[in-house]
Design a protein around this ligand. Sequence first.
Ligand code: SF4
Ligand code: SF4
Ligand code: SF4
Length: 368
Amino acid sequence: MEYPYFESRPKRQFAAIFNINRCIACQTCTMACKSAWTYNKGQEHMWWNNVETKPYGGYPQSWDVKTLKLIDNGENTWYTDEKDEKLSPYGVYEGDTIFEAAAKKNINQWAVGYIPEDKEWRSPNFGEDVAKSNKPDEYSSLPEHSRWFFYIQRLCNHCTYPGCLAACPRKAIYKRKEDGIVLIDQKRCRGYRKCVEQCPYKKPMYRGLTRVSEKCIACYPRIEGKDPLTKGRPMETRCMSACVGQIRLQGFLDDNPKNPVTWLIKHDKLALPLYPQFGTEPNIYYIPPRWAPRSYLRQMFGPGVDEAIDKFMVPSRERLAVMSLFRMTQTIVFEYKIEEGPKVFETTIHGKKFEMFNDTIIGYGEDG
Ligand code: SF4
Ligand code: SF4
Ligand code: SF4
C-alpha cells in the first residue's frame, strides 16, 4: 500500500472498544459530544459522534455502501489461512484499499472518495429503527426473525494511515506523536474539503460559516488530564463517559498485555476494526452483534467475526473480568489485575462449558 507519509505509530495510541450487543441507540453519547463541541452557529448539522442503524441507516446517508463501491475491483477477498500475529492477525486482504484504488484509477488523488450532498448529512441516524431500505420491497431478514438490525457507534477512528491527512493539500491535518490523535489545524485549513472527500468514514465535516473543516478532537484536554475531576490523570472522552448502555471502554493501544484495551484487541481479538479493507487502520474497535447475518458482519468487520462472536457468547474467565471494566470509571485504565475468587456457577452454552467465578478486577490509572 502506498501512503504519502512515513508510518507514525505512537507508543500509545488513542483507541476505544464498543460492544454493539449492548447499545440501545439512546444517542446520549451523540448529545454529550454536541453539547461540548458542536453547539455553535454553523455546526447544526455536525455530529462528530453519531449512532446509526445498520444495515440501512447512515450519517451521511449510505456512506459505507458508496465507499465500498469505490474500492470494489470485483476480486476483493480475505485469505484467512495466511495469518501473522503482528502484521495480519485476521488474515490477508487481497484487494484494493482506498489508496490503491486511487492509484489504479489514476485520479491524481491519494485516496478515492466523494463529497456527500448536504441532504445526506441531515440526521445522525437517518431511518432510525427501520429494518428496511427506502425501497418498499427491500427488507433485511433472518430465517428465525423476519427483520434484523443493529446500532453502530461512530466517531473519527484516529487512524494509523488517515485518509484525511493524506488528502489535505495544505498539510493542515496532523497526527499527534504522543497519543496518535488526528487533528485539523484550524488556522491552516482553507476549506478545500479534500479530507471530507477522502476520509472513507466521512468524519471530517465542513463548516460553511467559517469555511474550514472540523472533526472529532478526541476530547484531547480530557486525554491530557486537564479536567479537574480526575486530578491530572488522563480521562475518558465526553461521548465515552456519558454512555448509558455501558458499551464503551476507552484507553490507549500499547504494548502492555495487561492493558484492558490492548488485551481485548491484540491478544483476545474480541474487538474488531470497522471496514479494515479501507486500509486506514482505524483505532476504534467493535464487539460484533451476535444476531446479525455473518456474511453482513464479515464484510463490515473482516474475517475475525465468527471467532469474536463465539468468544463473546461463551466468555473465558479473564474476558468476563476485563469486560466488567466497561464504564466503571471515567479515569483511563492503563492496567488491570484480577484477584481470583471461588467458582459460583457452571453451565453449557452452545455445547461449550462456561464457568463463572466471583473474581474481582482492579483497574489502575496512569500513576498506578
Ligand atoms: S450512549 Fe451508549 S448506549 Fe446510548 S447510543 Fe451511545 S453508545 Fe449506545
Ligand atoms: S476516520 Fe477519517 S477523519 Fe478520522 S483519522 Fe481516519 S481518515 Fe481521518
Ligand atoms: S471523542 Fe470527544 S470530540 Fe470526539 S466524538 Fe467523542 S465527545 Fe466528540
